[in-house]
Design a protein around this ligand. Structure first.
Ligand SMILES: Nc1nc2c(c(=O)[nH]1)N[C@H]1C(S)=C(S)[C@@H](COP(=O)(O)OP(=O)(O)OC[C@H]3O[C@@H](n4cnc5c(=O)[nH]c(N)nc54)[C@H](O)[C@@H]3O)O[C@H]1N2
Ligand SMILES: Nc1nc2c(c(=O)[nH]1)N[C@H]1C(S)=C(S)[C@@H](COP(=O)(O)OP(=O)(O)OC[C@H]3O[C@@H](n4cnc5c(=O)[nH]c(N)nc54)[C@H](O)[C@@H]3O)O[C@H]1N2
Ligand code: SF4
Ligand SMILES: [Mo]
Length: 699
């Protein structure tokens, strides 16, 4: 008898948009994956990656049993053997060289996996190592730093209230392709169009005329890495033209006069050349922003991963505060999730940390117990006390995702021991001695512990697994739990689902009867309404005030100088990245439906820059930087600001020893063979991906 067709509703766990999906299944066969029109947050939105959940589920290259690397190739082993070898490998290195000889790297899917979020920490605690790294320092660390110092908790990041704003100023983000980040807002095209329909405006500053910029009311090119000067001029103009209006924030914000002094020398006229944005344009933006009924300045990845990313994220907060747009409908607001992780942590005295210790090589302060990933390779390669000799990676592919990935690639091959918790043998995990593969995607249940904190509307949704995990498979949380047990720890005996059931009755919507049972009765998700005004109650700073001028930022600002104009004929171009709708960082290129079609790993270059180099459309070029070179096809496009070129990240699958049969046929090259691990934002330790000097020559 044919099994019946069942419809499942669940949240997509691939990116921050957490779209509601409607999935039809017959037995083990996935018949269709569509957007769920009844999801209160995504309202039917979906992107091409969601359908690839089927490909990941079915992928014959995906590991389902632990494997051990041997001289003769990879060998499947039992979980018992694998755990025993991992614990022996890690403790062996720690006994010989000390606790800090074991490093840890946690990648991006960790935050999309509540099991890892709940069970990873106990394992990390037991390792007792100060050598912890994650994708955070290749991404949003500056946001956390600003949140920690200004609002008192590193996760207290205000989110653009896109659904009510009248003016959205976007710097260094391309939500039409990324589907939004630190702004869970599925269907941004509709949301941006709605701003325009209610008479508002969307303005984008980006070195590329992006998909988002194309639908904006206005776009300005800005020179890569120079946003800090634009933002300083913005704040300067607010003071100079008397456009300040803190409104309700006045009574609990300190440092306003000091800000005036800090920005005094940054008139728009002084920064126009360095930023590439005219003084008139800057002044117009400031006036429009201040005059709008509500406005929000939003800067994301492209703003964080630059030389002064820390200062940029601080200044964005300053802009929103000085114009009275923080904690105001249509401005930048805080979400209130049903599983209120921030309040839970605060009740335990956990707000984040900064500077308790410093990195060994470059003396960068720890943040949240982590060191900058740009230093990971050197921590392995430099001999001496504290050298990393063994590594744990979980849900990360730093060989492709961190600056100067080639150096890391080399460092990994010299380790005494490495274990990876991952579903693939890829550019990073190929160096592991043991890979522990978790059940993933549709085999897991899901509650988004993290991205409801950053959502533009309060909603909640619990999704059961579609498919039982195989008897031989383990969830990420089971792997962390077993490792912790074998290392003598006492991990919780409850499953993530049991923890959620326990937490909800103590959460902010308990009085409205939101329990796990109630969530399960609402498979499309629950609408908990628009973002709410919540300050000063939800300020977690010790004095319950917003500090506009934390010392880390003012000290870094004091060292800032406006650089001299660059010589026109130096021949150097500046490199930036490019996210692509059918990629998800490095790890979804093994889905044929996502990689088919033409080669997407190309360098975009302005026709004028191509012409002087004799480069024609589609021609192969060599791109070189201080750390490496790659060869790829050039695409000439007026989308690029003159002097700037763009290469997407996450490609570079032509390395030996990986087991990704589809990706290997569509390899591309890794842009992080060009980015420089020596270049970091000194204030935050964040990696720098924007504004890397490079040369492009025709071959
Ligand atoms: N399809 C898809 N979606 C994704 C991802 C993916 O890989 N693919 N990754 C997910 C992840 S992990 C994240 S963090 C988010 C990121 O989400 P976004 O921050 O929206 O990411 P990007 O699309 O990289 O946008 C960065 C923008 O900054 C611009 N830029 C580069 N340098 C500068 C600069 O110096 N100044 C200014 N003003 N702009 C600059 C780039 O041209 C680009 O348009 O996306 C998530 N969503
Ligand atoms: N040049 C440049 N570099 C960048 C960026 C850029 O824009 N430009 N973006 C940066 C950003 S924003 C980020 S977030 C980082 C991402 O950096 P990483 O997190 O290091 O890289 P990913 O490609 O996301 O790798 C995810 C890994 O998780 C595995 N995985 C997938 N699902 C699961 C699961 O359920 N469990 C486990 N255990 N593993 C799983 C995949 O197989 C893959 O190995 O890259 C950064 N690097
Ligand atoms: S936008 Fe993100 S969450 Fe939505 S379907 Fe695509 S990958 Fe999934
Ligand atoms: Mo990211």
């Amino acid at each position: 008898m044919m099994p019946e067709t069942i419809t499942h509703y669940r949240a997509c766990n691939l990116c921050e948009a957490i779209c509601g999906l409607k999935i039809e299944v017959r037995g083990k066969e996935i018949l269709s994956i569509k957007g769920d029109p009844d999801d209160p947050l995504s309202r039917g939105h979906i992107c091409p990656k969601a359908v690839a959940l089927k490909d990941i589920y079915e992928d014959p290259d995906r590991l389902r049993k632990p494997v051990r690397r041997t001289a003769g190739g990879w060998q499947e082993i039992s979980w018992e053997e694998a755990y025993a070898e991992v614990v022996a490998g890690l403790t062996g290195v720690q006994e010989k060289y000390g606790k800090d000889a074991v490093g840890v790297y946690l990648g991006n899917p960790t935050v999309h996996n509540w099991g890892s979020m709940l069970y990873g920490p106990e394992f990390l605690r037991l390792l007792q190592t100060k050598k912890r790294f994650s994708a955070t320092s290749a991404d949003q660390l500056p946001h956390h730093l600003a949140a920690y110092f200004m609002y008192g908790h590193y996760m207290a990041i205000p989110i653009p209230d896109v659904d009510r704003t009248h003016y959205m100023l976007i710097l260094g983000a391309n939500p039409l392709v990324s589907n939004g980040s630190l702004m869970t807002a599925p269907g941004m095209d509709k949301r941006l169009k709605a701003i325009q329909r209610r008479g508002g405006q969307v303005v984008v500053l980006d070195p590329r005329l992006t998909e988002t910029a194309k639908m904006a009311d206005r776009h300005h090119f800005i020179r890569p890495g120079k946003d800090v000067y634009f933002l300083l001029a913005f704040v300067h103009t607010l003071f100079e033209e008397n456009l300040l209006d803190l409104k309700q924030l006045e009574s609990y914000t300190s440092g306003v006069e000091q800000v005036a002094a800090l920005v005094r020398s940054y008139a728009p006229e002084r920064v126009a050349t360095v930023t590439g944005v005219s003084a008139a344009a800057i002044r117009q933006l400031v006036r429009e922003f201040a005059a709008a009924p509500s406005a929000v300045c939003y800067g994301r990845m492209g703003l964080s991963t630059q030389e002064f990313g820390g200062l940029c994220q601080w200044l964005i907060q300053v802009v929103n505060i000085l114009t009275g747009n923080l904690d105001r409908p249509g401005g930048a607001m805080f979400a209130l999730p049903a599983f209120d992780l921030v309040a839970q942590q605060v009740s335990k005295g956990k707000r984040g940390s900064f500077g308790r210790w410093k990195s060994r090589i470059r003396g960068i302060p720890e943040f949240g117990g982590e060191l900058p990933v740009a230093e990971l390779a050197e921590e392995m390669l430099s001999p001496g006390e504290g050298q990393i000799k063994a590594l744990v990676t979980s849900a990360g592919n730093p060989v492709l995702s961190t600056p100067n990935g080639r150096l890391l690639d080399k460092a990994l091959s010299d380790l005494d021991f490495m274990v990876s918790i991952d579903i693939y043998i890829n550019e990073t995990t190929r160096h592991a001695n043991i890979i522990l593969p978790p059940a993933t995607g549709l085999e897991t249940d899901h509650y988004d512990m993290i991205f409801h904190i950053f959502a533009v509307r309060n909603t909640a949704r619990y999704s059961p697994a579609l498919f039982e995990r195989g008897e031989d498979q383990r969830y990420d949380w089971e792997i962390f739990r077993e490792l912790a047990l074998q290392m003598g720890g006492k991990p919780s005996a409850f499953s993530p689902k049991q923890m959620l059931a326990y937490a909800l009755p103590f959460g902010p919507y308990a009085s409205e009867g939101i329990t796990l049972d109630y969530l399960q009765q609402h498979p499309h998700g629950l609408d908990l309404g628009p973002l709410q005004v919540c300050l000063p109650e939800r300020l977690f700073t010790p004095d319950r005030k917003i500090n506009l001028i934390p010392e880390v930022f003012t000290a870094a600002l004091a060292k800032l100088e406006i650089p001299a104009e660059e010589p026109e004929d130096s021949g150097t171009l500046l490199l930036i990245g490019r996210r692509q709708l059918r990629s998800n960082n490095s790890w979804m290129h093994n889905s044929y439906r996502l990689v088919k079609g033409g080669d997407r790993c190309t360098v975009l270059i302005n026709p004028s820059d191509a012409e002087v180099r004799g480069i024609s459309q589609g021609q192969e070029v060599e791109v070189s930087s201080a750390v490496g070179k790659v060869v790829l096809a050039a695409v000439l496009s007026e989308e690029m600001m003159p002097g700037v070129v763009s290469i997407p990240h996450g490609w570079g699958h032509a390395r030996s020893g990986i087991s990704l049969s589809v990706a290997a046929e569509h390899p591309g090259v890794s842009v992080n063979d060009l980015t420089d691990n020596q270049k970091i934002d000194e204030l935050s330790g964040n990696a720098v991906f924007s504004g890397i000097p490079i040369e492009v020559v025709r071959i």
